[in-house]
Design a binder for this molecule. Sequence first.
Ligand SMILES: [Fe+2]
Length: 462
Amino acid sequence: MNKSSSDPKQRFKYYGTPGKDFARFDVNSDLPEEVQPTPRYEAHLGLQVFPTLPLIPPLNWGLFSGLAKRFGFRSMAGPNLQTWMPANLSRLHRDKFSDEYFVERRLNGFNPGKLNRVKDQEWQYAVNYQTGRYKAEPGGLLPEYSEARFVLEGSTLKVHSIKYSLKNQTIICFPTDAQKWEDAKYYFRSAEYVFQEIQSHLGRTHMNMNQYAMAFYRNVINSPIRELLFSHFEGLLSIDKKGAALIIGDTGFIPEASALDAKSVEGVLADEIATLTYHWSPEKQTLPDPIDNNYFDRAAVAMWELLKTYVAKFFDDNQRKIKNYWSEIEGMSEDLVTHSILKQELGTLAIKDEKDLQQLCVYVIYHCTFFHSWVNNKQYEDGGDIEYTAIGLWDKDDPNYDPKKVQERHDAQVKLMWSLANVHYNPALEFAPLPLKKLLWEYRDRIEPGIPLGLIMMSINI
Ligand SMILES: [Fe+2]
Protein backbone atom coordinates (compact mmCIF):
# COMPACT_ATOMS: atom_id res chain seq x y z
CA MET A 1 0.00 0.00 0.00
CA ASN A 2 1.30 3.39 -0.95
CA LYS A 3 0.45 6.01 1.65
CA SER A 4 1.66 8.83 -0.63
CA SER A 5 -0.28 7.64 -3.71
CA SER A 6 -2.08 10.49 -5.45
CA ASP A 7 -5.26 8.40 -5.61
CA PRO A 8 -7.16 8.92 -2.35
CA LYS A 9 -8.87 5.55 -2.84
CA GLN A 10 -5.46 3.92 -2.70
CA ARG A 11 -4.46 5.83 0.42
CA PHE A 12 -7.74 5.27 2.27
CA LYS A 13 -8.51 1.57 2.16
CA TYR A 14 -11.48 0.03 3.91
CA TYR A 15 -11.13 -2.81 6.37
CA GLY A 16 -12.84 -6.15 5.67
CA THR A 17 -15.77 -6.99 3.45
CA PRO A 18 -18.16 -4.24 2.25
CA GLY A 19 -21.60 -4.50 3.85
CA LYS A 20 -20.44 -7.20 6.28
CA ASP A 21 -17.80 -5.54 8.45
CA PHE A 22 -18.70 -2.08 9.68
CA ALA A 23 -17.13 0.52 7.42
CA ARG A 24 -13.81 1.85 8.66
CA PHE A 25 -10.25 2.63 7.77
CA ASP A 26 -8.10 -0.49 7.66
CA VAL A 27 -5.88 -0.07 10.70
CA ASN A 28 -3.39 -2.56 9.26
CA SER A 29 -2.41 -0.03 6.62
CA ASP A 30 -0.33 3.11 7.08
CA LEU A 31 -2.05 6.31 8.06
CA PRO A 32 -2.05 8.66 5.05
CA GLU A 33 0.00 11.79 5.59
CA GLU A 34 -2.92 14.23 5.64
CA VAL A 35 -4.50 12.45 8.61
CA GLN A 36 -1.40 11.91 10.70
CA PRO A 37 -1.39 13.67 14.08
CA THR A 38 0.12 17.13 14.09
CA PRO A 39 3.09 17.90 16.38
CA ARG A 40 0.76 20.22 18.32
CA TYR A 41 -1.61 17.31 18.92
CA GLU A 42 1.23 15.03 20.08
CA ALA A 43 2.43 17.75 22.45
CA HIS A 44 -1.05 18.26 23.81
CA LEU A 45 -1.56 14.52 24.28
CA GLY A 46 1.79 14.27 26.03
CA LEU A 47 0.57 16.65 28.70
CA GLN A 48 -2.18 14.25 29.64
CA VAL A 49 -0.78 10.73 29.25
CA PHE A 50 1.61 10.38 32.18
CA PRO A 51 -0.80 8.28 34.23
CA THR A 52 -1.58 5.97 31.31
CA LEU A 53 1.94 5.37 30.04
CA PRO A 54 1.93 1.66 30.76
CA LEU A 55 -1.36 1.39 28.84
CA ILE A 56 -0.12 2.88 25.60
CA PRO A 57 2.48 0.50 24.19
CA PRO A 58 1.68 1.31 20.54
CA LEU A 59 2.87 4.86 21.01
CA ASN A 60 6.46 5.85 20.98
CA TRP A 61 6.55 7.52 24.35
CA GLY A 62 10.24 6.91 25.09
CA LEU A 63 10.87 10.54 25.95
CA PHE A 64 7.79 10.90 28.11
CA SER A 65 8.46 7.61 29.82
CA GLY A 66 11.92 8.87 30.88
CA LEU A 67 10.45 12.10 32.15
CA ALA A 68 7.70 10.27 33.97
CA LYS A 69 10.21 8.18 35.89
CA ARG A 70 12.22 11.26 36.82
CA PHE A 71 9.16 12.99 38.16
CA GLY A 72 8.23 9.98 40.22
CA PHE A 73 5.19 8.81 38.28
CA ARG A 74 6.26 5.25 38.97
CA SER A 75 4.74 5.67 42.38
CA MET A 76 1.34 6.14 40.72
CA ALA A 77 0.77 2.42 41.11
CA GLY A 78 -0.20 0.11 43.90
CA PRO A 79 -2.82 0.43 46.59
CA ASN A 80 -2.87 4.23 46.69
CA LEU A 81 -3.50 4.90 43.04
CA GLN A 82 -7.23 5.31 43.15
CA THR A 83 -7.20 7.72 46.06
CA TRP A 84 -4.28 9.66 44.61
CA MET A 85 -6.00 10.28 41.31
CA PRO A 86 -7.59 13.74 41.02
CA ALA A 87 -11.13 13.88 42.39
CA ASN A 88 -13.95 13.34 39.93
CA LEU A 89 -17.50 14.65 40.09
CA SER A 90 -18.88 11.77 42.16
CA ARG A 91 -16.10 12.19 44.76
CA LEU A 92 -16.94 15.87 44.93
CA HIS A 93 -20.65 15.28 45.36
CA ARG A 94 -21.95 15.53 48.90
CA ASP A 95 -23.85 12.24 48.53
CA LYS A 96 -22.89 10.29 45.44
CA PHE A 97 -25.05 7.31 46.43
CA SER A 98 -28.21 9.35 46.84
CA ASP A 99 -31.19 8.57 44.63
CA GLU A 100 -31.28 12.19 43.58
CA TYR A 101 -27.76 11.96 42.13
CA PHE A 102 -28.67 8.64 40.49
CA VAL A 103 -31.44 10.40 38.56
CA GLU A 104 -29.25 13.41 37.80
CA ARG A 105 -26.59 11.23 36.15
CA ARG A 106 -29.10 9.29 34.05
CA LEU A 107 -30.20 12.63 32.64
CA ASN A 108 -26.89 14.43 32.37
CA GLY A 109 -24.09 11.94 32.94
CA PHE A 110 -21.71 10.26 30.50
CA ASN A 111 -24.41 8.16 28.82
CA PRO A 112 -27.26 10.54 28.05
CA GLY A 113 -30.31 10.16 25.84
CA LYS A 114 -31.24 6.68 27.02
CA LEU A 115 -34.51 7.32 28.86
CA ASN A 116 -37.62 5.99 27.14
CA ARG A 117 -41.23 6.98 27.84
CA VAL A 118 -43.29 3.92 28.83
CA LYS A 119 -47.03 3.39 28.92
CA ASP A 120 -49.41 1.61 31.27
CA GLN A 121 -46.94 1.22 34.14
CA GLU A 122 -46.58 2.77 37.57
CA TRP A 123 -43.48 4.50 36.21
CA GLN A 124 -43.25 6.81 33.20
CA TYR A 125 -39.64 6.42 32.10
CA ALA A 126 -37.16 3.56 31.88
CA VAL A 127 -33.60 2.92 30.80
CA ASN A 128 -32.68 -0.66 30.05
CA TYR A 129 -29.59 -2.55 29.02
CA GLN A 130 -29.71 -6.04 27.58
CA THR A 131 -26.40 -7.69 28.09
CA GLY A 132 -27.52 -11.31 28.12
CA ARG A 133 -27.04 -11.84 24.39
CA TYR A 134 -23.32 -11.14 24.79
CA LYS A 135 -20.88 -13.49 26.45
CA ALA A 136 -19.44 -12.57 29.84
CA GLU A 137 -16.07 -13.91 30.97
CA PRO A 138 -15.87 -16.54 33.73
CA GLY A 139 -16.12 -14.81 37.09
CA GLY A 140 -17.50 -11.63 35.57
CA LEU A 141 -20.61 -10.15 37.13
CA LEU A 142 -22.78 -8.57 34.50
CA PRO A 143 -26.57 -8.58 34.77
CA GLU A 144 -28.11 -10.19 31.69
CA TYR A 145 -30.74 -7.50 31.84
CA SER A 146 -31.14 -4.34 33.88
CA GLU A 147 -33.77 -1.68 33.87
CA ALA A 148 -34.04 1.47 35.97
CA ARG A 149 -37.52 2.97 36.19
CA PHE A 150 -38.50 6.53 36.97
CA VAL A 151 -41.65 8.36 37.96
CA LEU A 152 -42.47 11.91 37.01
CA GLU A 153 -43.64 14.11 39.87
CA GLY A 154 -44.49 17.51 38.47
CA SER A 155 -41.35 18.41 36.58
CA THR A 156 -39.07 16.24 38.72
CA LEU A 157 -37.94 12.76 37.84
CA LYS A 158 -37.56 10.30 40.72
CA VAL A 159 -36.28 6.75 40.67
CA HIS A 160 -39.01 4.15 41.16
CA SER A 161 -37.27 0.77 41.05
CA ILE A 162 -34.62 -1.35 39.35
CA LYS A 163 -35.25 -4.72 37.80
CA TYR A 164 -32.29 -6.89 36.87
CA SER A 165 -31.40 -10.48 36.26
CA LEU A 166 -28.17 -12.00 37.41
CA LYS A 167 -27.13 -15.65 37.36
CA ASN A 168 -30.60 -16.52 36.03
CA GLN A 169 -32.38 -14.84 38.94
CA THR A 170 -34.67 -11.87 38.38
CA ILE A 171 -34.68 -9.27 41.12
CA ILE A 172 -36.79 -6.14 41.56
CA CYS A 173 -35.53 -3.60 44.09
CA PHE A 174 -36.99 -0.41 45.49
CA PRO A 175 -35.39 2.57 47.23
CA THR A 176 -36.61 1.20 50.57
CA ASP A 177 -34.58 -2.00 50.16
CA ALA A 178 -31.46 -0.69 51.94
CA GLN A 179 -28.28 -2.51 50.88
CA LYS A 180 -30.06 -4.52 48.18
CA TRP A 181 -31.12 -1.25 46.61
CA GLU A 182 -27.55 0.07 46.65
CA ASP A 183 -26.37 -3.19 45.02
CA ALA A 184 -29.05 -2.89 42.33
CA LYS A 185 -27.93 0.65 41.53
CA TYR A 186 -24.28 -0.46 41.40
CA TYR A 187 -25.07 -3.29 38.96
CA PHE A 188 -27.11 -0.92 36.85
CA ARG A 189 -24.32 1.65 36.73
CA SER A 190 -21.84 -1.02 35.71
CA ALA A 191 -24.01 -2.30 32.84
CA GLU A 192 -24.58 1.29 31.78
CA TYR A 193 -20.84 1.90 31.75
CA VAL A 194 -20.14 -1.00 29.38
CA PHE A 195 -22.80 0.25 26.99
CA GLN A 196 -21.69 3.87 27.37
CA GLU A 197 -18.22 2.95 26.18
CA ILE A 198 -19.19 0.60 23.38
CA GLN A 199 -22.44 2.01 22.02
CA SER A 200 -22.42 5.72 22.75
CA HIS A 201 -18.72 6.54 22.78
CA LEU A 202 -17.06 4.09 20.39
CA GLY A 203 -20.13 3.17 18.33
CA ARG A 204 -22.04 6.39 17.81
CA THR A 205 -19.04 8.67 17.66
CA HIS A 206 -15.68 7.04 16.81
CA MET A 207 -16.77 4.24 14.48
CA ASN A 208 -19.94 5.81 13.13
CA MET A 209 -18.00 8.91 12.10
CA ASN A 210 -15.18 6.77 10.70
CA GLN A 211 -17.48 5.60 7.90
CA TYR A 212 -18.32 9.20 6.94
CA ALA A 213 -14.67 10.23 7.19
CA MET A 214 -13.65 7.40 4.85
CA ALA A 215 -16.25 8.30 2.21
CA PHE A 216 -15.19 11.94 2.59
CA TYR A 217 -11.42 11.48 2.29
CA ARG A 218 -11.75 9.09 -0.66
CA ASN A 219 -13.97 11.38 -2.73
CA VAL A 220 -14.26 14.99 -1.61
CA ILE A 221 -11.34 17.03 -2.90
CA ASN A 222 -12.52 20.21 -4.63
CA SER A 223 -16.06 20.51 -3.32
CA PRO A 224 -16.53 23.22 -0.64
CA ILE A 225 -17.71 20.36 1.61
CA ARG A 226 -14.00 19.63 2.06
CA GLU A 227 -13.60 22.97 3.81
CA LEU A 228 -16.79 22.49 5.85
CA LEU A 229 -15.95 19.05 7.26
CA PHE A 230 -12.15 18.75 7.15
CA SER A 231 -11.42 20.18 10.60
CA HIS A 232 -14.21 18.10 12.16
CA PHE A 233 -12.52 14.87 11.08
CA GLU A 234 -9.08 15.89 12.36
CA GLY A 235 -7.46 13.14 14.40
CA LEU A 236 -10.32 10.64 14.01
CA LEU A 237 -8.65 7.97 11.85
CA SER A 238 -5.47 8.31 13.85
CA ILE A 239 -7.12 7.84 17.25
CA ASP A 240 -9.28 5.01 15.89
CA LYS A 241 -6.13 3.27 14.67
CA LYS A 242 -4.53 3.63 18.11
CA GLY A 243 -7.80 2.79 19.84
CA ALA A 244 -8.21 -0.41 17.84
CA ALA A 245 -5.37 -1.89 19.88
CA LEU A 246 -5.72 0.18 23.04
CA ILE A 247 -9.44 -0.03 23.59
CA ILE A 248 -11.16 -2.83 21.68
CA GLY A 249 -8.52 -5.33 20.52
CA ASP A 250 -7.84 -8.63 22.31
CA THR A 251 -5.78 -6.81 24.93
CA GLY A 252 -7.72 -3.53 24.73
CA PHE A 253 -9.12 -1.70 27.72
CA ILE A 254 -12.78 -2.69 27.39
CA PRO A 255 -12.27 -6.46 27.00
CA GLU A 256 -9.59 -6.35 29.73
CA ALA A 257 -11.44 -4.22 32.26
CA SER A 258 -15.03 -5.33 31.61
CA ALA A 259 -16.69 -8.70 31.90
CA LEU A 260 -17.16 -8.86 28.11
CA ASP A 261 -14.59 -10.54 25.88
CA ALA A 262 -13.15 -8.94 22.73
CA LYS A 263 -15.56 -10.73 20.40
CA SER A 264 -18.60 -9.61 22.38
CA VAL A 265 -17.36 -6.04 22.45
CA GLU A 266 -17.10 -6.10 18.68
CA GLY A 267 -20.59 -7.61 18.50
CA VAL A 268 -22.14 -4.81 20.57
CA LEU A 269 -20.30 -2.28 18.42
CA ALA A 270 -21.50 -3.74 15.10
CA ASP A 271 -25.10 -4.08 16.39
CA GLU A 272 -25.09 -0.42 17.36
CA ILE A 273 -23.64 0.85 14.09
CA ALA A 274 -26.25 -1.12 12.15
CA THR A 275 -28.91 1.15 13.71
CA LEU A 276 -27.25 4.49 12.94
CA THR A 277 -28.19 6.70 10.02
CA TYR A 278 -27.61 10.36 9.31
CA HIS A 279 -31.39 10.73 8.80
CA TRP A 280 -31.73 11.43 12.50
CA SER A 281 -32.14 14.38 14.81
CA PRO A 282 -32.04 14.79 18.61
CA GLU A 283 -35.82 15.28 18.69
CA LYS A 284 -36.11 11.52 18.12
CA GLN A 285 -34.90 10.90 21.66
CA THR A 286 -35.84 14.02 23.64
CA LEU A 287 -38.09 13.43 26.62
CA PRO A 288 -41.69 14.47 25.90
CA ASP A 289 -42.19 15.99 29.38
CA PRO A 290 -40.50 19.10 30.75
CA ILE A 291 -38.04 18.04 33.45
CA ASP A 292 -36.26 20.76 35.42
CA ASN A 293 -32.73 19.35 35.34
CA ASN A 294 -32.82 17.75 31.88
CA TYR A 295 -29.84 19.71 30.61
CA PHE A 296 -28.82 17.21 27.95
CA ASP A 297 -31.92 17.48 25.77
CA ARG A 298 -31.88 21.24 25.98
CA ALA A 299 -28.23 21.37 24.94
CA ALA A 300 -28.61 18.71 22.22
CA VAL A 301 -31.55 20.47 20.58
CA ALA A 302 -29.80 23.85 20.80
CA MET A 303 -26.67 22.43 19.21
CA TRP A 304 -28.65 20.81 16.42
CA GLU A 305 -30.53 24.02 15.75
CA LEU A 306 -27.40 26.17 15.58
CA LEU A 307 -25.66 23.68 13.31
CA LYS A 308 -28.63 23.69 10.94
CA THR A 309 -28.33 27.48 10.71
CA TYR A 310 -24.57 27.30 10.25
CA VAL A 311 -24.67 24.61 7.55
CA ALA A 312 -27.58 26.22 5.66
CA LYS A 313 -25.65 29.50 5.46
CA PHE A 314 -22.56 27.67 4.25
CA PHE A 315 -24.59 25.99 1.51
CA ASP A 316 -26.11 29.32 0.48
CA ASP A 317 -22.69 30.91 0.22
CA ASN A 318 -21.21 28.01 -1.75
CA GLN A 319 -24.17 26.90 -3.83
CA ARG A 320 -22.62 27.09 -7.27
CA LYS A 321 -19.38 25.34 -6.37
CA ILE A 322 -21.19 22.55 -4.51
CA LYS A 323 -23.20 21.90 -7.69
CA ASN A 324 -20.11 22.02 -9.91
CA TYR A 325 -18.41 19.31 -7.89
CA TRP A 326 -21.49 17.20 -7.25
CA SER A 327 -19.79 14.16 -8.82
CA GLU A 328 -17.56 14.03 -5.72
CA ILE A 329 -20.66 13.81 -3.53
CA GLU A 330 -21.95 11.00 -5.75
CA GLY A 331 -18.69 9.17 -5.11
CA MET A 332 -19.08 9.76 -1.36
CA SER A 333 -22.63 8.48 -1.50
CA GLU A 334 -21.60 5.34 -3.37
CA ASP A 335 -18.86 4.56 -0.83
CA LEU A 336 -21.27 5.10 2.06
CA VAL A 337 -23.91 2.81 0.58
CA THR A 338 -21.50 0.08 -0.54
CA HIS A 339 -19.82 -0.20 2.85
CA SER A 340 -22.79 0.48 5.12
CA ILE A 341 -24.11 -2.20 7.47
CA LEU A 342 -27.29 -0.21 8.20
CA LYS A 343 -30.32 -2.45 8.75
CA GLN A 344 -32.43 -2.53 5.61
CA GLU A 345 -35.60 -1.34 7.33
CA LEU A 346 -33.78 1.86 8.34
CA GLY A 347 -33.24 2.97 4.75
CA THR A 348 -29.99 3.96 3.13
CA LEU A 349 -27.01 6.23 3.63
CA ALA A 350 -27.24 7.41 0.00
CA ILE A 351 -26.97 11.17 -0.58
CA LYS A 352 -29.68 11.83 -3.15
CA ASP A 353 -29.74 15.61 -3.20
CA GLU A 354 -28.52 18.78 -1.54
CA LYS A 355 -31.05 18.42 1.26
CA ASP A 356 -29.56 15.04 2.16
CA LEU A 357 -26.08 16.46 2.03
CA GLN A 358 -27.01 19.30 4.40
CA GLN A 359 -28.60 16.83 6.80
CA LEU A 360 -25.47 14.65 6.65
CA CYS A 361 -23.20 17.63 7.38
CA VAL A 362 -25.27 18.71 10.40
CA TYR A 363 -25.27 15.12 11.69
CA VAL A 364 -21.52 14.70 11.24
CA ILE A 365 -20.60 18.02 12.86
CA TYR A 366 -23.04 17.37 15.76
CA HIS A 367 -21.39 14.02 16.53
CA CYS A 368 -17.81 15.17 15.98
CA THR A 369 -18.24 18.22 18.20
CA PHE A 370 -21.04 18.17 20.76
CA PHE A 371 -21.91 14.51 21.17
CA HIS A 372 -18.36 13.15 21.30
CA SER A 373 -17.34 15.95 23.66
CA TRP A 374 -20.20 14.96 25.94
CA VAL A 375 -19.65 11.20 26.06
CA ASN A 376 -15.86 11.45 26.01
CA ASN A 377 -15.15 14.41 28.25
CA LYS A 378 -17.57 13.32 30.96
CA GLN A 379 -16.02 9.86 31.28
CA TYR A 380 -14.01 10.76 34.34
CA GLU A 381 -16.99 12.39 36.05
CA ASP A 382 -18.65 8.98 36.32
CA GLY A 383 -15.91 6.44 35.60
CA GLY A 384 -13.18 8.04 37.70
CA ASP A 385 -14.43 6.54 40.95
CA ILE A 386 -14.57 2.76 41.37
CA GLU A 387 -16.75 3.06 44.47
CA TYR A 388 -19.32 4.76 42.29
CA THR A 389 -19.05 2.67 39.12
CA ALA A 390 -16.81 0.07 37.53
CA ILE A 391 -16.84 -1.10 33.93
CA GLY A 392 -16.24 -4.64 35.17
CA LEU A 393 -17.45 -6.40 38.32
CA TRP A 394 -16.03 -9.67 39.53
CA ASP A 395 -17.62 -12.32 41.68
CA LYS A 396 -15.63 -12.87 44.89
CA ASP A 397 -17.13 -16.35 45.25
CA ASP A 398 -15.99 -17.50 41.82
CA PRO A 399 -12.91 -19.78 41.69
CA ASN A 400 -11.46 -17.49 39.00
CA TYR A 401 -11.54 -14.47 41.33
CA ASP A 402 -8.15 -12.80 41.55
CA PRO A 403 -8.12 -9.68 43.78
CA LYS A 404 -4.81 -8.45 42.38
CA LYS A 405 -6.10 -8.60 38.84
CA VAL A 406 -9.32 -6.85 39.81
CA GLN A 407 -7.29 -4.08 41.43
CA GLU A 408 -5.21 -3.73 38.25
CA ARG A 409 -8.35 -3.54 36.13
CA HIS A 410 -9.85 -0.87 38.32
CA ASP A 411 -6.60 1.09 38.31
CA ALA A 412 -6.54 0.89 34.53
CA GLN A 413 -10.09 2.22 34.44
CA VAL A 414 -9.46 5.37 36.45
CA LYS A 415 -6.18 6.13 34.68
CA LEU A 416 -7.61 5.71 31.20
CA MET A 417 -10.74 7.70 32.03
CA TRP A 418 -8.58 10.51 33.35
CA SER A 419 -6.48 10.72 30.20
CA LEU A 420 -9.33 10.32 27.72
CA ALA A 421 -11.45 12.95 29.43
CA ASN A 422 -8.65 15.48 29.75
CA VAL A 423 -7.26 15.69 26.25
CA HIS A 424 -8.90 18.88 25.06
CA TYR A 425 -7.40 19.41 21.64
CA ASN A 426 -8.95 22.09 19.44
CA PRO A 427 -11.81 23.61 21.43
CA ALA A 428 -14.48 24.80 19.00
CA LEU A 429 -14.52 28.24 20.61
CA GLU A 430 -10.89 28.67 19.63
CA PHE A 431 -10.64 26.81 16.34
CA ALA A 432 -14.08 26.89 14.68
CA PRO A 433 -14.76 29.23 11.75
CA LEU A 434 -16.05 32.58 12.99
CA PRO A 435 -19.74 31.99 12.08
CA LEU A 436 -19.77 28.79 14.15
CA LYS A 437 -18.02 30.45 17.09
CA LYS A 438 -20.60 33.22 17.05
CA LEU A 439 -23.50 30.76 17.08
CA LEU A 440 -21.98 28.76 19.95
CA TRP A 441 -21.77 31.93 22.05
CA GLU A 442 -25.27 32.89 21.07
CA TYR A 443 -26.65 29.52 22.22
CA ARG A 444 -24.46 29.15 25.28
CA ASP A 445 -27.29 29.57 27.81
CA ARG A 446 -28.98 26.49 26.39
CA ILE A 447 -25.84 24.39 25.92
CA GLU A 448 -24.67 25.10 29.47
CA PRO A 449 -24.92 23.84 32.18
CA GLY A 450 -25.23 20.49 30.33
CA ILE A 451 -21.68 20.88 29.15
CA PRO A 452 -19.37 23.87 29.52
CA LEU A 453 -18.99 25.56 26.13
CA GLY A 454 -15.21 25.36 26.42
CA LEU A 455 -15.35 21.56 26.57
CA ILE A 456 -16.82 21.23 23.07
CA MET A 457 -14.02 20.21 20.73
CA MET A 458 -13.82 20.48 16.97
CA SER A 459 -13.29 16.79 16.32
CA ILE A 460 -12.96 13.28 17.71
CA ASN A 461 -9.26 13.06 18.39
CA ILE A 462 -9.09 11.11 21.65
FE1 LIG B 1 -13.24 9.44 22.34
